[in-house]
Design a protein around this ligand. Structure first.
Ligand code: SF4
Length: 382
């Protein structure tokens, strides 16, 4: 298949759905599959995939939305940097609305900080070239998907010797997060839909521990409906055949060894932090990336003083439970009432990859939510 429409053909989706239904009947038990990546969560809600799967297959929405896992303290740090009148603070649009402890970057901009939305770190570097009298800071965040572009931008800045440019690095790593989830006794999963974009960079080899140590199957998947249906089908096949393997459904883009150019750039620029605090998941060892000492002149954490204070989440917010797959979005007490995409209380309502935002946009009237509401009448849907 070559064009995107071919991955959305209804008759093929229906054929796969029927095969999945047969396999799930053959398995004869309730199974829980976590889609790790927020991009998959978005597609699942957008195309109503969960709605037409057999009731015995439950999709758990994992922590793979980079904005959702950003802790309040790091947002406060970003806002603190942006308050310096000589700084132009640049960020992806999603991060603008993430609530910190008091305010968001969007609100900080409204009160006078020079905060600009960019589409790439290279846009930020261009702003630095165009404004030699100002200091430019880029809010670098995301998984291994975006870390290579940050690394390459720092290498470019070093090549050109641009002195007024730096990054506030908040990049996180998917493997330690998966390990933390697999160690969580509350979360009994039967398999994983592996993240497609991250895997384009790291490959499929790093997931071997999931099958070898934790005896769970994982299928790295593309993002179109047929990709996701096929990945679920492949996972069920593994379960029926008692196999726990790393399989690659997204082999049109993902190679087992990953992308060597991206990995090389990341290794050159970044070192692994001993610990990084994830919203809702707490501190996870070796799960964040910091800029290496050799590139300290481009490290905003070295150049500027930041508060670096841990801040607890809003007490009504249940993003932690959503990110761990323990609750569904509509089961949060403030979903769709106090917390909406316009007035997010938690991070999962901000990005389109966040489970709450995706569910708010596409799934509020789904039969799954309605069923759960009958069982749990205290939950409110706007
Ligand atoms: S509805 Fe809002 S507060 Fe509740 S879990 Fe989702 S994002 Fe967090």
């Amino acid at each position: 298949m070559k064009y995107v429409d071919e991955f959305r053909q209804p008759e093929k989706a229906e054929a796969l759905r029927r095969e999945i239904a047969k396999l799930s009947q053959q398995l004869g038990k309730h199974i829980k599959i976590m889609e790790v990546c927020g991009g998959h969560t978005h597609s699942i809600f957008k195309y109503g995939i969960e709605e037409i799967l057999p009731d015995s297959i439950e999709l758990i929405h994992g922590p793979g939305c980079p904005v959702c896992v950003m802790p309040k303290g790091r947002i406060d740090d970003a806002i603190a940097i942006s308050q310096n009148p000589n700084i132009i603070f640049t960020t992806f649009g999603d991060a603008m609305r993430v609530p910190g402890s008091q305010t968001s970057l969007l609100q900080a901009r409204a009160t006078g900080a020079d905060i600009r939305m960019v589409y790439s770190p290279l846009d930020s570097l261009q702003i630095a070239r165009d404004n030699p009298d100002r200091e430019i800071v880029f809010f670098a965040l995301g998984f291994e998907t975006t870390a290579p572009s940050t690394a390459l931008t720092i290498l470019q800045a070093a090549d050109e010797n641009i002195p007024n440019f730096s990054m506030f690095s908040n990049h996180v790593l998917v493997i330690p997060a998966l390990q933390a989830l697999l160690e969580n006794p509350d979360l009994q999963l039967d398999g994983f839909i592996g993240p497609g974009h991250v895997s384009m960079v790291i490959g499929t080899d790093p997931y071997q521990f999931i099958s070898q140590k934790y005896h769970k199957p994982i299928v790295v998947s593309g993002f179109e409906p047929l990709d996701i249906f096929q990945s679920i089908w492949m996972l069920l096949q593994q379960l029926i055949e008692n196999r726990c393997e790393v399989e690659n459904q997204y082999n049109r883009l993902v190679e087992n060894a990953g992308n060597s150019v991206s990995l090389e750039a990341m290794n050159k620029v970044f070192a692994v932090r001993e610990n990084f605090d994830w919203r809702g998941l707490g501190e996870i060892p070796n799960s964040g990336l910091k800029i290496r000492d050799e590139y300290a002149q481009f490290d905003a954490e070295v150049k500027y003083t930041i508060p670096n204070v841990k801040v607890a989440d809003h007490k009504a917010c249940q993003c932690g439970e959503i990110l761990k797959g323990v609750l569904k979005p509509w089961q949060c007490k403030v979903f769709g009432t106090a917390c909406t995409p316009e007035t997010p209380i938690g991070t999962c309502m901000v990005s389109s990859e966040g489970a709450c935002a995706a569910y708010y946009k596409y799934g509020r009237l789904s039969t799954i939510a309605k069923k759960t509401m009958v069982e749990k009448p205290k939950f409110t849907i706007a």
